[in-house]
Ligand binder design. Structure first.
Ligand code: ADP
Length: 557
């Protein structure tokens, strides 16, 4: 406000009185050690037994790891790779490596030995921390890339073979008296993760203290993970897949009990674990939950009472489109699926389909329909839909275009890759390669990945919509739809169908049955596939998603 007396003398600009403290993962670690020492971290070992640690032990061991890495001469910003399943020692790496000043680089154990070596070389990893049960995999790429030090976590309990360093002995022999966190700024790197490379060479995304803390705070909000101290989290999402979607950081921040599944990810194993240690929140890709619900429902007749599904559990499912049929199936057991959309590049949480206040009185059908959408952008994320004309598409639920995003936990470049216009817009937004519309309530509906869209007679057909509808058919366990070349229409959809167990191919629905089903679901005649192939299983990517590239190779025409 200008008053006659103040207008004459210029005032110095007002400054914030807040302290200048960098956002830091070390704060979360200290907090867990101080406030949650008796809370539990449970891990499933290779022999399927459970081992229990306290957050107090986690705090002590993580600082020992950090001190040990400093003693080994790790320099600030140097990369320490992990090749591990989900367990307590991997969690120690999440905090111990950055505490030492290093950058944790999670290697994906489902990649080929050559790909792992390529990625380790691209990241110039110095040290490798690896589960003993994964040493056979290491032996296959050891000649392709040399780590200065290999530390082996004796996950199976067996003695660590020479010449490797035993993780447990290293920790036990390290004194943390006088331990100092490596000095850091909030933009310093803490972890890195490579995109899976389904769309070209894998590329490194590097996260900072700041981006990780902001992502964690947003994730913890009530409509997303909604973390409470009394929660029990089952992270099925691998810790090498976009940092297990960030949940390890949230769990440590709130001291939440964690139940790590170790290497046991088969539906039966997960059902055993959920029955023994019922979670209130779980995270994983749709294919995991599809297998789990089939196994559970089949056992209800053959072995009633063997397993209990934890009614009331929230389940964050993402990484690929979540079929409405899956959401309905879990809801019948009192489990609500929250769909999330994101990428390695986006930390990854970018949109979540939660029941917005406008939906409070909406009929259940409308709630299911919304839950099957990718959802609403989370705070700190800006999202736009760029049409083929290069303009922003209106949020009317009709116009489609590429999703572009920006924000403080969205990558602005890739590790050692020049910024190019096919990955980032001229004004600096991340081009996701996903095609979607957004409606008036802000719900994003993914139509496809750019490369998976089907263009028939000049019109786009969404493979995701067809898959969702086909997976609602009573006889269908899984469906993946791909484009095949067509001389007249340029491309036509081909549906690959996995029948539910017990449905023999002889009695399988005929193409005309599927067509009638799809027409009933509102598809136009020209959108309905002309061809259906029955397959035993849909091939999976290294992160458990449908691998359509493999189907395109198998059905080239
Ligand atoms: P990759 O790109 O190698 O699959 P990411 O895990 O980073 O590795 O995958 C990100 C991609 O996964 C997104 O660009 C999108 O295509 C897909 N995706 C993630 N979540 C969803 C979702 N809820 N619905 C549809 N697709 C999704």
């Amino acid at each position: 406000m200008t008053t006659p007396s103040s207008s004459s003398a210029a005032q110095p600009p007002i400054c914030s009185t807040m302290m200048q403290m960098p956002l830091s993962l070390n704060h979360l670690l200290e907090r867990a050690g101080t406030l949650f020492a008796s809370n539990e971290i449970v891990s499933r070992l290779p022999d399927k037994s459970l081992v229990r640690h306290s957050y107090g032990a986690f705090y002590q061991r993580t600082r020992q790891l950090a001190q040990a890495l400093q003693n080994l001469g790790l320099q600030k910003g140097e990369r320490v790779a992990t090749l591990c399943w989900n367990h307590h020692a991997h969690l120690e790496c999440y905090f111990g490596i950055p505490a030492a000043g290093g950058v944790m680089h999670t290697l994906n154990l489902r990649l080929s030995p050559e790909e792992i070596a390529w990625i380790a070389n691209d990241a110039q990893d110095k040290v490798l921390i690896i589960d003993d049960v994964l040493l056979p995999l290491y032996q296959q790429f050891a000649h392709l890339y040399h780590f200065e030090k290999v530390i082996v976590f004796p996950f199976s309990g067996a003695a660590v073979p020479a010449p490797f360093t035993d993780y447990e002995q290293l920790l036990a022999s390290t004194d943390t008296q006088g331990f100092q966190y490596a000095p850091h700024a909030e933009d310093d790197a803490v972890s890195m993760c490579y995109t899976s490379g389904t769309t070209g060479r894998p590329k490194g995304v590097v996260y900072s203290h700041r981006s990780t803390i902001l992502h964690t705070l947003v994730g913890c909000l009530g409509d997303f993970w909604g973390l409470k101290g009394s929660d029990v989290i089952l992270p099925v999402t691998p810790m090498f897949h976009a940092n297990s979607w960030g949940i390890p950081y949230g769990a440590v921040m709130m001291g939440v009990k964690l139940v790590f599944p170790g290497p046991h990810l088969h539906p039966e194993d997960l059902l055993d674990l959920m029955t023994a240690e019922p979670p209130t929140l779980s995270l994983g890709v749709p294919t995991i939950w599809m297998g789990l619900i089939q196994a559970f429902e089949a056992a209800q007749t053959t072995q009633p009472g063997r397993w209990k599904l934890p009614a009331g559990m929230r389940s964050l499912v993402g990484g690929a489109a979540v079929p409405e049929a899956l959401i309905r199936a879990f809801d019948r057991h009192g489990i609500w699926i929250l769909q999330g959309w994101g990428m390695t590049e986006t930390s990854p949480l970018c949109t979540v389909s939660y029941p917005k206040s406008e939906l409070k009185d909406a009929p259940m059908d409308e709630r299911y329909r919304r839950a099957a959408m990718a959802g609403v952008p989370v705070p700190l994320t800006e999202l736009r839909i760029r049409g083929e004309d290069g303009l922003d598409a209106p949020w009317d639920g009709q116009h489609v275009g590429e999703i572009q995003v920006r924000g403080p936990f969205i990558t602005g470049s890739y590790h050692q890759v020049p910024v190019s216009e096919d990955k980032f817009s001229a004004d600096g937004w991340l081009r996701t390669g996903d095609v979607a519309s957004v409606d008036a309530l802000g719900f994003v509906r993914i139509t496809d990945r750019t490369k998976d869209l089907i263009k028939s007679g000049g019109e786009w057909i969404s493979s995701v919509d067809l898959e969702n509808a086909l997976m609602a058919h009573l006889d269908v366990a899984e469906a993946a739809v791909i484009a095949i070349p067509d001389p007249k229409w340029s491309e036509r959809p081909l549906a690959c169908i996995v029948l539910k167990p017990g449905r023999a191919q002889g009695q399988a629905p005929r193409p005309e049955d599927f067509a009638a089903h799809l027409l009933q679901h509102g598809f136009a005649k020209w959108q309905v596939p002309d061809r259906y192939e029955f397959i035993d299983a849909v091939p999976r990517t290294s992160t458990g998603k449908f691998y359509k590239l493999k189907l395109r190779e198998r059905f080239p025409a």
